[in-house]
Design a binder for this molecule. Structure first.
Ligand code: NAP
Ligand code: 12T
Length: 345
């Protein structure tokens, strides 16, 4: 591709868990980059990151940082996106935002390429990357929606600590060794860094991800409800979610119960999953084969297994969906969107 246009790219949150994966994927995919800017808060400014054998010094993100930037990938929290994405758009950048800041904004497309890539054409400067738990679920459900229609989704998640950032990973590792050594554990970050009450994650399961809303659901659960309807472009799908943090480092697992609008054959569903883009079927109970977080870690695929019919409802289907939350759930989905933008220009 000798005529390929090269882009000035910025990664905001370059020193974070998601930012690190984005930089790795831009390198691995050989993304057409002219200049790469790595941005963080003042805390990490000056840090050096190696990209394609060259050292890049991380700079503090400011509105002026986006002068000349054409594609900006944001993963530094919603407040940073709200403050700086409009400044980047003003300077001509297309922003791919990994935070919750703009996802439900009617002017902002919310995109999973395997599901609704055409929506990116509607953008007004910002394209939102959905929540990690939503991305892997809708990627696996899209072929079922197209073939049978979906009336209802009931999902319970088993989410990795890496979703809560680099410090949450450190916290789980530290707590694990403290428990094994018989020392007292002092939780500092999970379930939600910004809230006063903390809970132990090592050797535990916490049914809270993000803040509680007035309706008794957590924000993470409501993100799954609202984002699923927006991405699948069907407000009539009934969605209910329970989001749970488990002591796993990489990879979100989900038990998904879906009610289809039309009758299905399990064999046909298996074939749909085998042929769906980005989906890998791992479903061989006789040989104890099913998706596992440890197998999904570091890979871009969404893994699907444990397919079985509801015993009481012929149009009900149970499935187990696993994917690396930092890859398809964040960095890979964002870089896929960036690749579509690069191809179109
Ligand atoms: P993390 O490991 O805690 O990293 C946070 C990053 O943001 C660091 O690079 C940090 O820089 C930077 N940052 C913090 N405050 C900043 C500021 N005021 N100005 C500029 N940069 C700032 O967190 P993470 O797991 O990578 O997640 C980052 C964000 O991505 C989350 O808050 C969330 O909104 C989003 N996210 C999305 C998904 C998804 O599902 N799509 C998944 C995970 C996370 P320093 O090193 O200077 O602190
Ligand atoms: N609180 O992208 O804590 O909205 O695992 C993703 C992950 C927010 C998001 C987490 C979160 C998001 C988490």
């Amino acid at each position: 591709m000798s005529n390929q246009k090269l882009f000035n790219v910025a990664v905001v949150g370059a020193t974070g868990a998601v930012g690190e994966q984005i930089i790795g994927l831009l390198e691995k995919r050989n993304f057409p980059i002219n200049q790469l800017k790595l941005l963080s808060s003042a805390r990490s400014a000056g840090t050096k990151v190696t990209f394609k054998g060259q050292e890049i010094v991380v700079e503090e993100a400011k509105p002026e940082s986006f002068e000349g930037v054409e594609i900006a990938l944001f993963s530094a929290g919603g407040d940073v996106s709200k403050a700086l994405a409009p400044a980047a758009v003003e300077r001509g950048a297309i922003c791919i935002d990994n935070t919750n800041a703009f996802r439900m904004d009617p002017d902002t497309p919310l995109v999973v390429p395997e599901v609704n890539i055409d929506a990116i054409n509607e953008h007004k400067g910002i394209i939102a990357n959905p929540n990690c738990s939503t991305i892997q679920m809708v990627a696996a459900l899209k072929p079922l929606q197209d073939r049978y229609g979906i009336s209802r989704i009931i999902v319970s998640t088993y989410q990795a600590v890496s979703g809560a950032g680099a410090r949450a990973i450190d916290e789980m590792v530290r707590q694990s060794s403290e428990v094994l050594a018989g020392r007292e554990v002092e939780p500092q970050i999970l379930p939600v860094g910004a809230l006063p009450v903390k809970h132990q994650i090592a050797f535990n399961v916490i049914p809270q991800i993000d803040k509680f809303q007035d309706n008794g659901y957590t924000l993470e659960e409501m993100k799954m409800v609202r984002e699923t309807k927006k991405i699948m472009d069907d407000e009539s799908i009934e969605v209910t979610a329970t989001c749970v943090r488990v002591p796993v480092v990489y990879g979100h697992s989900e038990s998904v119960y879906v009610e289809l609008k039309n009758e299905y054959e399990l064999e046909d569903v298996r074939k749909l999953m085998e042929n769906a883009p980005g989906i890998t079927l791992v479903d061989d109970p006789a040989n104890q084969q099913y998706p596992l977080a440890t197998e999904a870690a570091g890979k871009p695929d969404v893994f699907v297994g444990r397919l079985r019919r509801d015993l009481g409802h012929t149009r009900g289907l149970n499935m187990w969906i696993v994917s690396d939350n930092l890859m398809k759930g964040a960095a890979w989905n964002a870089v896929q969107i960036a690749e579509f933008i690069a191809i179109e220009q």
